[in-house]
Design a protein around this ligand. Sequence first.
Ligand code: GDP
Length: 336
Amino acid sequence: MNLGEVPVRANILSAGDQLLVDGVLAGQRRALAKAITLIESTRPDHQQRAQQVLNAILPSTGKAIRIGISGVPGAGKSTFIEALGVWLIEQGKKLAVLAVDPSSSVSGGSILGDKTRMELLSQREEAFIRPSPSSGSLGGVAEKSREALLLCEASGYDVIIIETVGVGQSETTVAGMVDMFCLLQLPNAGDDLQAIKKGIVEIADMVIINKADIDRQATAVVRAQWRNALHMLRPASPNWAPPVITLSALHKEGIAEFWEQVEKYQAALKSTGEFDAKRQHQALSWMWQLIDSGLRQYFRHHPRVQENLPAFTRSVEEGHTTPAAAAYALLDYLKH
Ligand code: GDP
């Protein structure tokens, strides 16, 4: 088979969905919101339509810069994103803000989702803000955010910000879907050590210390600590040493410096080909994640697996069968 002959499912859009695609591509916010609702739906017929819509918009994706911003509740994420957003709009850019909120996937309640956040920005035509889908596993929520990101890109947004709360797995998940991953920190001594323990320093492309206005001296000390922490580690990219910047989101100080670093980062990675390579790697790893979860689901729904799983489970629990023997025997059912 030649390259380019990949047997993709026929992409037949209904007239309604074609209108939706046209609306997204024309930058209509209502169409974009509707398309995101479609991809967030768990109904199988909606999911199928959503994939067709995504296939149709795919050639128009890829032009935005995708930035991840993570921080604990109260670090100032929404204050920062609002200040950044208003500044970017002044520079003639359009931005979309999406959330990956692990709390919403667990409890249905959300840390990031309430509508009163980013009040100024949400009134601007040039900004599109979408809270996290409130159901599904973190993996499921993240998958929807990846797809929403593609829709926003196709709709002409120049900057896509993916916001997440700094708990659990969500940082790694978000780092895996953005070009640049930023940690928003408070000027607290010792937070660098926490981040090292959690393994998130390695995935940071920039560390931002917010609320510098509260205590400038303490902020300078914490900045030095972060610089040391980053020096101790091998940088994720050979072409980029993650900077540590300080800012005050509340007083809108340091926003231009932040953006300067984003542009430097983009230039450094683009000139070496690393930018595109990273996106290719992310797309493939997304494909494999979907294959893995699809296989798992297929396995669990297989009639013979369903029939025999309880007996194998008991047998492993009681020590009569080894986990490996049980796993191989169960996997064997898939062959028949
Ligand atoms: P989030 O939970 O990370 O989104 O944090 P918020 O943006 O809601 O901010 C939490 C609180 O910190 C709010 O009361 C903000 O006004 C305040 N805050 C945010 N940025 C700054 C800052 O740069 N300086 C000061 N002094 N307060 C800030």
